[in-house]
Design a protein around this ligand. Structure first.
Ligand SMILES: Cc1cc2nc3c(=O)[nH]c(=O)nc-3n(C[C@H](O)[C@H](O)[C@H](O)COP(=O)(O)O)c2cc1C
Length: 348
C-alpha cells in the first residue's frame, strides 16, 4: 500500500484538529441550507469512494512540445496591447512559471510591423522554460503568405523568446464584426502552406465556436503540435461582437449565435477518427471552450482517446488581476484533479 507516512503522522498528532468545535457548530447552523436535489447530480461520473487512497503527491504531468507541463492545464490566448493587458499577461505568466503550466499570448497582430507594444507581450522572463506561444489570426497568416513575409512570424517568435505560433481561426467572428476581415483562401490551405515552410511548432485553435467533423479530419492530417478545440459553450466572440453592434444588426444576426460545436461533440468526432485506425499526423488535443474547471477538464481528458490537456481563458481571466486568487484557483484545480483521479470514473 502506498501511504504518505508524513501525512499520516501529521493526522495522528494531538494538534491535528484544533478546529473541531467550530466545525461542529457550523454543521448545526448550516445543515438545513445544505440540502441537494437529485436534479443537480452530475450524470457523467461514477463516484467510487472506497477503491483508492488519496495520493497528495499524485503526478499529473504531461509532456508537450519536448517540454513538460506539471499539470494538464494551459492558459488560453487572451490579451495584449493595453497596459491592463500587461498586468494580466505578467500575472498569468508568473502563474505558469510557478506551477509549470504553458500559455498562449493574445493576438500579436499589432507586433508584426511595429515594436511599440512589444513590452506588453514580453513575458518570457516570468515563465522560465515553460511553453509560450505567440498568436496570430488566420487572416494575418494568409496576408503574410501572400506578401511572402512569413519570416515576420519567425522574428516575432524570436523577439518574444516564444516556442511557436498559435493560429486562431475565427471566420464567424470576423463575419459578425462590421469591420471584420473576410478570409479569402481556405484556411486549411493557408495552414498547410505555413506548416510546410515553418521551422517552429504550430497550434491551431478556434475562438469559441469549435470545429465540425470535416474540419477536424483535415486538421488532424497536418503535423501540428496540437489542435485546440476552443469549442462552443464558453466565451463566444461572435456574441461579443454582436453585443457591440446596433439593435438592427443584433436582432437580425442573433440566430448565428447558436452555430458551433461543443467539446463533447468534437471529442466524439476525434474518437471516431482514432477508431478508423488511420494514423493522424497531429497527436495532441487541447480541450477548451466552456471548460468550467477541473471536473469538465477531467471528464473530457478521460473521454478523449488522443493525449490531451485542458485550457481556460475566462476561467483564468476572472482572477488575472489578483495573483493571490489566481494561485488559490490553481491550487483548487490541482486538488480537484487529484480528487477526480482518486474517486471518479466515466459512465460512458
Ligand atoms: C479577453 C479575451 C481575449 C481573447 N483573445 C484571444 C486572442 O487574441 N486570440 C485567440 O486565439 N483567442 C482569444 N480569446 C479566446 C480564448 O483563447 C478561448 O478560445 C475562448 O475564450 C474560449 O475559452 P473559455 O470558454 O475558457 O473562455 C480570447 C478570450 C478572452 C476571454
Amino acid at each position: 500500500m502506498n501511504v504518505n507516512l508524513e501525512e499520516m503522522e501529521r493526522k495522528l498528532s494531538p494538534e491535528a484538529d484544533t478546529q473541531a468545535a467550530a466545525r461542529k457548530e457550523d454543521h448545526i447552523d448550516l445543515a438545513l441550507e445544505s440540502v441537494t436535489k437529485t436534479s443537480e447530480k452530475d450524470p457523467r461520473f461514477y463516484y467510487e469512494p472506497i477503491l483508492k487512497g488519496y495520493d497528495a503527491g499524485m503526478d499529473l504531468a504531461v509532456p508537450f512540445m519536448g517540454k513538460r507541463l506539471s499539470y494538464p492545464i494551459w492558459v488560453s490566448s487572451m490579451t495584449g496591447g493595453t497596459q491592463k493587458a500587461k498586468s494580466i499577461n505578467t500575472n498569468l505568466a508568473k502563474l505558469c512559471g510557478k506551477y509549470g503550466l504553458g500559455m498562449g499570448l493574445g493576438s500579436c497582430r499589432q507586433l508584426l510591423y511595429d515594436d511599440q507594444r512589444l513590452s506588453e507581450f514580453d513575458i518570457r522572463e516570468y515563465l522560465g522554460d515553460q511553453p509560450l506561444m505567440i498568436n496570430l489570426g488566420i487572416a494575418q497568416v494568409e496576408q503574410l503568405i501572400y506578401s511572402k513575409e512569413t519570416e515576420r512570424i519567425e522574428k516575432l517568435i524570436s523577439k518574444l523568446r516564444a516556442d511557436g505560433l498559435i493560429i486562431h481561426i475565427n471566420p464567424l467572428q470576423e463575419w459578425v464584426q462590421p469591420e471584420g476581415d473576410r478570409i479569402l483562401m481556405s484556411p486549411i490551405a493557408t495552414i498547410a502552406s505555413l506548416v510546410d515552410m515553418a521551422t517552429y511548432p504550430i497550434i491551431v485553435k478556434e475562438v469559441g465556436q469549435g470545429f465540425g467533423p470535416e474540419s477536424l479530419k483535415a486538421l488532424f492530417q497536418l503535423p501540428l503540435a496540437a489542435i485546440d478545440l476552443a469549442g462552443y459553450g464558453g466565451t463566444n466572440f461572435s456574441k461579443l461582437e454582436l453585443t457591440r453592434s446596433g439593435d438592427l444588426r443584433k436582432q437580425s444576426m442573433a440566430a448565428v449565435l447558436g452555430l458551433g460545436h461543443d467539446c463533447d461533440e468534437m471529442i466524439s468526432y476525434i474518437n471516431e477518427l482514432m477508431d478508423r485506425e488511420e494514423p493522424l499526423a497531429c497527436k495532441q488535443v487541447i480541450i477548451s471552450g466552456g471548460i468550467r474547471g477541473f471536473l469538465d477538464g477531467y471528464y473530457y481528458m478521460k473521454k478523449c482517446k488522443l493525449p490531451s490537456f485542458y485550457a481556460q481563458a475566462s476561467g483564468f481571466l476572472k482572477y488575472a488581476l489578483d495573483p493571490v486568487q489566481l494561485e488559490q484557483y490553481m491550487d483548487i484545480q490541482i486538488e480537484g484533479l487529484r480528487m477526480a483521479n482518486t474517486y471518479l470514473s466515466l459512465k460512458d
